[in-house]
Design a protein around this ligand. Structure first.
Ligand SMILES: NC(=O)c1ccc[n+]([C@@H]2O[C@H](COP(=O)([O-])OP(=O)(O)OC[C@H]3O[C@@H](n4cnc5c(N)ncnc54)[C@H](OP(=O)(O)O)[C@@H]3O)[C@@H](O)[C@H]2O)c1
Length: 314
């Protein structure tokens, strides 16, 4: 990497989002990327985080380090989701303030909006009602992070901005059944069923809920766009404004994986929210749109999964 250019600390560079950010910024010579793995720098530790900021003096920060996971993980590990995320964001935001970072992008999530909310979900509906209970530890931490960014802007004039990504998927996702989100878990289920020659795959719920899935390379482009063009305390939804039912998504994935068995729906299991679609008009009015369609994104993700089974989180 070049040793001149704008210094950007990508926190969480080994994760789904962080890898896509590193890939994108590696093609932009005006940026100089700084990274630290969790083993080298635990961002929950404010002293270690301060020492890193003092030594490296990053000018820009994208905070993509967090404890992230599906419903099962957040239900069984509420302390990890609440405490780790509070500690990481407190340490990083405060260091970014005290070491004069020019701009910082914090990532919230679509799942921290109220459980019952008008669709598509506008940014101003945050905190207008209770969130999904299983998600609350993660959501409360994320809301604290947003409020902290807005507070540093208000009290100290810091240019800290917040993006609210839709459900993400792509290469380097977590395929571990205990921790994965719905899309990587479907890829893995169909892949394993194909290899085992299983006649049927049973999936939870009715398949009727609709979700918005954003390919992670598109998210990385949106983050770079916001870092370049956005400066406000108002949060910004990051999605493609397009939804698909879990049933249709499962059929596309089955097709791409090449599994020819039957899909059964276990309707005794909960469905979750019927819809979760972001209103992306704020982002589109700024001039940004997602590029990757769902089929293309799943094809790229499955190809990556096949080529990287040994090193993937499975
Ligand atoms: N995935 C989604 O669908 C989604 C949707 C909306 C918003 N987001 C947000 O996007 C951000 C990135 O999520 P992701 O999906 O990329 O998660 P991820 O794949 O789990 O990556 C998270 C990264 O954070 C690092 N990390 C965790 N704890 C750390 C610590 N104490 N110190 C330093 N690094 C630490 C992890 O390092 P190790 O690899 O070493 O563990 C990992 O590289 C998060 O803020 C998340 O809330 C994600």
């Amino acid at each position: 990497m070049a040793d001149s250019g704008k210094k950007l600390f990508i926190a969480g560079h080994n994760g789904l989002v962080g890898r896509a950010l590193v890939k994108l910024y590696s093609t932009r010579p005006e940026w100089r990327i700084i990274t630290r793995g969790k083993a080298e720098l635990d961002l929950r530790d404010p002293h270690a985080t301060d020492a890193f900021f003092a030594a490296e003096r990053p000018e820009y920060v994208i905070l993509a380090a967090a404890t992230v996971g599906g419903i099962k993980a957040s239900y069984t590990h509420p302390v990890d989701f609440l405490l780790n995320n509070l500690q990481i964001q407190n340490a990083v935001l405060d260091a970014a303030h005290r070491f004069d970072v020019k701009k910082l992008l914090f990532l919230g999530s679509t799942c921290i909006y109220p459980k019952v909310v008008e669709m598509p979900i506008r940014e101003d509906s945050l905190l207008t009602g209770p969130m999904e209970e299983t998600n609350a530890p993660y959501g409360v931490a994320k809301i604290a992070g947003i409020k902290l960014c807005q507070g540093y802007r208000h009290q100290h004039g810091r240019d800290f901005i917040c993006g609210m990504p839709a459900n993400l998927y792509g290469p380097h996702d977590n395929f571990d059944p205990e921790h994965s989100h719905v899309l990587p878990s479907l890829i893995r289920r169909f892949h394993e069923a194909k290899n085992a020659g299983a006649p049927q795959v049973t999936l939870w719920g009715s398949g009727t809920p609709k979700r918005e899935f954003l390919f992670v390379d598109d998210l990385a482009e949106a983050c770079a766009f916001l870092l370049d063009h956005y400066s406000s305390g108002e949060i910004v939804n990051i999605g493609n404004g397009w939804e698909i039912s879990i049933r249709e998504a499962a059929e596309v994935i089955r097709d791409i994986v090449g599994y020819h068995g039957e899909i059964l729906w276990d309707t005794s299991q909960p469905d979750g929210n019927p819809r979760r679609l972001l209103d992306v008009s704020r982002l589109t009015s700024l001039g940004w749109r997602a590029r990757t369609d769902f089929r293309e994104g799943v094809e790229k993700t499955y190809r990556w999964f096949l080529e990287n089974r040994a090193s993937a989180r499975v």
